[in-house]
Design a protein around this ligand. Sequence first.
Ligand code: LCS
Length: 393
Amino acid sequence: METKNQGFNTKLVHAGDFSDAFGAAVPPIYQTSTFAFKNADEGAARFAGQEAGFIYTRLGNPTIHSLEQKLAELENGSGAIAFASGMGAVSSLYAALLKNGDHMIGSSALYGPSRSLMTSYFKDFGIASSFVNTADLDAVEQAIRPNTKLIYIESPTNPTMVLTDIQAIAELAHEKGILLAVDNTFSSPYIQQPLDLGADIVLHSLTKFINGHADIVGGALIAKDFKLVSLLRKTMAYFGANMDPHQAYMVIRGVKTLALRVERASENAQKVAEYLSAHPKIAWIKYPGLPSFTQYDLAQKQMKLPGAMISFGVKGGLPAGKKLMDNVQLALLAVSLGGVETLIQHPASMTHAGMSAQDRLQAGITDDLVRFSTGIEDAEDIMADLDQALARI
Ligand code: LCS
């Protein structure tokens, strides 16, 4: 079914569908490593790119392809590449676009490993990096060097909830001939579509909102320009960071309800954020749906909904925050985010522990920061859980 001109919800359900010999209602799992050719000429033609068709699952597979088509349509890209994990996508992005002597600029508060992969591994291949507050376009402009090839941002950032004006930074990047990649994991394409705002590449940890059920890890890159899609796909295949067909099937199943899940989770997060901001034991809170959020206007302009992620500090700092995490009963004390279940975690000692204390400070990841990923349970139950946990601090 052709879904390109249909609405987002129709694409969620149907984009990438194909029919098989039995009329299967959903794309079947093609759990095969290789695909037989009818004859030697056909094999050679497929390798030469003269004939369409699958060759080997690391390079492509019908189930994975179906997911890739869906993701490309959801982000309005010309193509998508699925990866074994979000980090598979991040490492292939860096490897595809940066070479010895190049420089990249990143948001200071990226997901910890996205930043430390650059500062502790790619650095040794002669790639320089600067991590700046990308909400501040003057700071970004000042960080640009003649050899800057990539600006890589998260908006909102994990876990500091800093937004970057995607349209404005895309204009700045393109004026200087630099590519802009946006990790859209925290928002999902239901909330914002960076390619429409001018970005060149979108990255997702599919592990989060897109799959939504905390039962697989996966990643994706989606690009506007088909030449970039081909380059990124080639890198994925060299690195062997390909997704597995069963994983792809799970994501195809999970993403169909993205809009419903994100709407409910965002609605719950708004209630939880309002509850927390009025609580006497809460020292500070960052949530794009609160009028007190410093970038509230940008959130209104750029995001369809404020999303499910909240960060906050408890009065009494880290010891009090730890007690809260020990006291909650409904919220799961676990890393990851974007699933149907509510999660709570402590970035400084968990997801961002691999960064140096100095880098964390520069990124605004204070030791008292508690990260909350709101699920789709009843908001009243989530708030009652926080209430009993805060009462026992
Ligand atoms: N980008 C963002 C914004 C992320 O939050 C993560 C993982 C990744 C990329 C990497 O994706 P993965 O390889 O895990 O699929 N974020 C995690 C987090 O905040 N807690 O646990 C994982």
